[in-house]
Design a protein around this ligand. Structure first.
Ligand code: SF4
Length: 193
């Protein structure tokens, strides 16, 4: 078991994460995909795992789902310079399947240390897996999206993954409802600083 506290800053954490082979996903992907956005950002978005374009480019959410996410963020007036984006697992699952429980468990210490070092003000889970990992194992995204709780003192909520919107346009409305609340939370946070 790695001692994550030995990584005192993001550079050392990223360098070690890039060398990780703690689960089988690393064998089937091209590279470890850690993040994009501003590590000093107040808002942290957590998805599930890299897809094929993310695996190619080494950044999360750069494929069609990522482009949709960027549009949602712009509509919700969340400035890119205040947003940091990552995934629960850092290596692409084969065939874009969901990460398995043991893979998620293996990768979780990286995410936990990432959150500690980033220290965001707000975490938005994108999809059920992120919500189940950071909010509650019992989370059901259809039932629990848009509800708010705390992750180690940080405000946290969950909504559908943008890839789900691409498959089912009916989800656009609930996601927009969730992001309107996130927008209002963000604006209130800025006012109160
Ligand atoms: S998915 Fe996470 S735990 Fe598995 S090899 Fe990649 S970085 Fe390591």
């Amino acid at each position: 078991m790695l001692d994550m506290l030995q990584y005192k800053d993001l550079d050392s954490l990223y360098a070690a994460n890039l060398e990780c082979r703690a689960c089988g996903l690393r064998q089937g992907c091209k590279q470890v995909v850690i993040s994009r956005g501003n590590p000093a950002g107040r808002v942290m978005l957590v998805g599930e795992g890299p897809g094929s374009q993310e695996d190619e480019q080494g950044k999360p959410f750069v494929g069609p789902a990522g482009q949709l996410l960027d549009k949602i963020l712009a509509a919700a007036e969340l400035p890119p310079e205040d947003v940091y984006i990552t995934n629960v697992v850092k290596c692409r699952p084969p065939g874009n399947r969901l990460p398995k429980a043991d893979e998620t468990r293996s990768c979780l210490p990286w995410l936990e240390r990432q959150i500690e070092l980033i220290a965001p003000r707000l975490i938005v889970c994108l999809g059920a897996l992120a919500g189940q990992t950071l909010i509650s194992p019992d989370l059901r995204i259809t039932r629990d999206r848009g509800t708010w709780s705390k992750y180690r003192g940080i405000d946290i909520t969950a909504t559908f993954h943008p890839a789900a919107l691409l498959r089912d346009p009916n989800l656009k409305r609930p996601v927009w409802e969730d992001f309107k609340v996130i927008r209002d939370f963000y604006k209130r946070m800025l006012r109160e600083e």
